[in-house]
Design a protein around this ligand. Structure first.
Ligand code: NI
Length: 215
């Protein structure tokens, strides 16, 4: 196990299209994932894509804290509408706090559901100390392979959908500032958080990601 160095914006590894993983069950893939988990734990984020640790392969790990999985109170009852209940055949992914447990995705793919776009704040371990507001699909379906080579699928909305889109963008060489349409909503996280009221937009989620939600 090792804590890996995180590439920062400007490094070419963050701007290339990552290679598919031919054999998700290969021992070297498990070894990469173990190091990614240790690195994410050390860095204190919620998600990490392999290119962020200088490995241009289509591997993503992430989890969703319970507090962010159900932004609307009426969805917080924990037994219906859980974003992790993709196919309804088990509770895979549902953390006890209503969030999504650590999910290891090999070769993930995203399909938007409906045309709705949501504007919300994002931060990234490869763009330290900054945050910005990015428009993302409000609801998505996504599928991936596990380390056993099994194919999984979920539907996600809200912050869960945003995090998955952010992470999978890393596999295509895209950092969130490249998605931004209004750079007046890009800034140092401490300044943005301090001036949130001044940056308010009618279509922008008012809450900001705390430090641990860098992805
Ligand atoms: Ni990121």
């Amino acid at each position: 196990m090792a804590i890996l160095k995180i590439a920062r914006m400007g490094h070419p590894v963050l701007h290339q299209v990552a290679e598919p993983v031919d054999d998700p069950a290969a021992p070297e893939v498990s070894a990469i994932v173990r190091d990614m988990i240790e690195t994410l734990d050390d860095a204190g984020g919620i998600g990490l894509a392999a290119p962020q640790v200088h490995i241009p392969k289509r591997i993503v790990i992430f989890f969703i804290p319970g507090a962010r999985a159900h932004p609307d109170a009426e969805e917080g009852d924990g037994d219906e509408g859980d974003a992790g209940d993709g196919d309804g055949d088990d509770d895979e992914g549902d953390a006890d706090d209503g969030g999504i447990d650590l999910t290891i995705m090999i070769n993930p793919e995203i399909v938007p559901v409906g045309g709705e776009m949501d504007l919300g704040w994002e931060a990234c371990l490869s763009v330290p100390d900054m945050m910005g507001a990015v428009a993302r699909h409000g609801t998505i379906r996504y599928r991936w392979q596990t380390l056993d080579g099994e194919t999984m699928e979920r539907e996600a909305s809200g912050f869960h959908a945003r995090a998955v889109q952010h992470e999978c963008d890393h596999l295509d060489g895209i950092l969130y500032p490249m998605r931004m349409e209004d750079l007046s909503l890009f800034g140092f996280a401490d300044e943005v958080n301090r001036n949130k009221a001044l940056l308010a937009r009618p279509n922008l989620e008012p809450e900001e990601p705390p430090e641990e939600e860098q992805a």
